[in-house]
Design a binder for this molecule. Sequence first.
Ligand SMILES: NC(=O)c1ccc[n+]([C@@H]2O[C@H](COP(=O)([O-])OP(=O)(O)OC[C@H]3O[C@@H](n4cnc5c(N)ncnc54)[C@H](O)[C@@H]3O)[C@@H](O)[C@H]2O)c1
Ligand SMILES: O=c1ccn([C@@H]2O[C@H](COP(=O)(O)OP(=O)(O)O[C@H]3O[C@H](CO)[C@H](O)[C@H](O)[C@H]3O)[C@@H](O)[C@H]2O)c(=O)[nH]1
Length: 327
Amino acid sequence: MTPILVTGGAGYIGSHACKVLAREGYLPVTFDSLVTGWSQAVKFGPLEQGDLTDRARLDEVFARWKPAAVMHFAALSQVGEAMAQPGRYWRNNVQGSLTLIEAAVAAGCKDFVFSSTCATYGDQDGVLLDEDTPQAPLNAYGASKRAIEDMLRDFAASDGLNHVIFRYFNVAGADPEAEVGEFHQPETHLIPLVLDAVAGRRAALTVHGTDYPTRDGTALRDYVHVMDLVEAHVAGLRWLQDGKGSRVFCLGTGTGFTVREVIAAAEAVTGKVVPITDGPRRAGDAVALVSGSARAKAELGWQPKRSTMAQMIEDAARWHRGNGYGA
Ligand SMILES: NC(=O)c1ccc[n+]([C@@H]2O[C@H](COP(=O)([O-])OP(=O)(O)OC[C@H]3O[C@@H](n4cnc5c(N)ncnc54)[C@H](O)[C@@H]3O)[C@@H](O)[C@H]2O)c1
Ligand SMILES: O=c1ccn([C@@H]2O[C@H](COP(=O)(O)OP(=O)(O)O[C@H]3O[C@H](CO)[C@H](O)[C@H](O)[C@H]3O)[C@@H](O)[C@H]2O)c(=O)[nH]1
């Protein structure tokens, strides 16, 4: 089995990537500090515990496994925290990625798949975003991801680092077999918080901002199922292995849902009322972020299969009933 180094494999998206990589015949080797991840989520290959900023530890892991490629999910990714503590984001995400890239290049591992984000775009007046839309991040999280994108381009020029950059829109849902799922503490993402409110695990969901220039005043996002997202990563890995070179792909569905529309969909799926409280806008949030994904469809042959809102909520709810990794 070909080893693939999966940084952040103990986290939400990385653990789903490990499941799909193992299913496709690869050996996913997780590299994770467990700062926001869970050792219980590492089920499909070995766990190498370590921090991205620890070059000696990375060198050991590259020497031990000789991975054919890196899938780099590890990052801090909370917008609110990034607004309050930008230094943590620049240090962990940017310095950590630089250390990882240098270790990969030194080990001769030159195929690199990177998790970027629609948060690199900032506010764009509701236009459909694509790979050529100029990036103008609103917070240190988005800025750190844009900096890493730039870093990858520089190392491609200097050292032949082939990279696929995926700019994800809002990732949701869970493994339909509920072996892994989304479990953040604290949770900041809308769909798990809606499900917590439905289950009575929190008193109410706060709607962050009701005066946005959208159809119902709440912010609009493009939600993509985590299984569809990680399948695109396997296609991205094959793209690199086939020698097709460095490329950026947006991963979304092209359909935007407002916060109130997500709440209504959760009520339809669960048959329960979501208790809500209207609150102010959350600092660092954009009005609307929706992607075309035409390139991923045309060039990678990517087709989202589970990314309807109802399916994402249903899969998230199935996982949620198991109480995450805290059970
Ligand atoms: N969840 C989303 O909607 C979304 C959207 C766009 C982009 N992303 C990106 O996808 C990636 C994965 O997101 P997620 O939701 O799975 O997050 P997560 O917090 O669940 O997983 C991140 C993992 O990285 C690990 N990690 C963080 N810093 C580390 C370090 N310095 N060294 C080693 N391990 C470290 C954490 O312990 C955790 O297991 C992130 O890069 C994030 O920015 C996520
Ligand atoms: O309790 C909540 C939580 C969220 N929201 C709203 O729901 C929408 C979605 O919020 P999420 O926190 O679920 O996700 P974000 O849109 O903030 O996603 C951002 O952070 C993610 C990582 O955490 C990704 O990187 C993503 O690309 C980036 O835009 C936003 O309008 C937010 O204001 C609420 O109204 N109430």
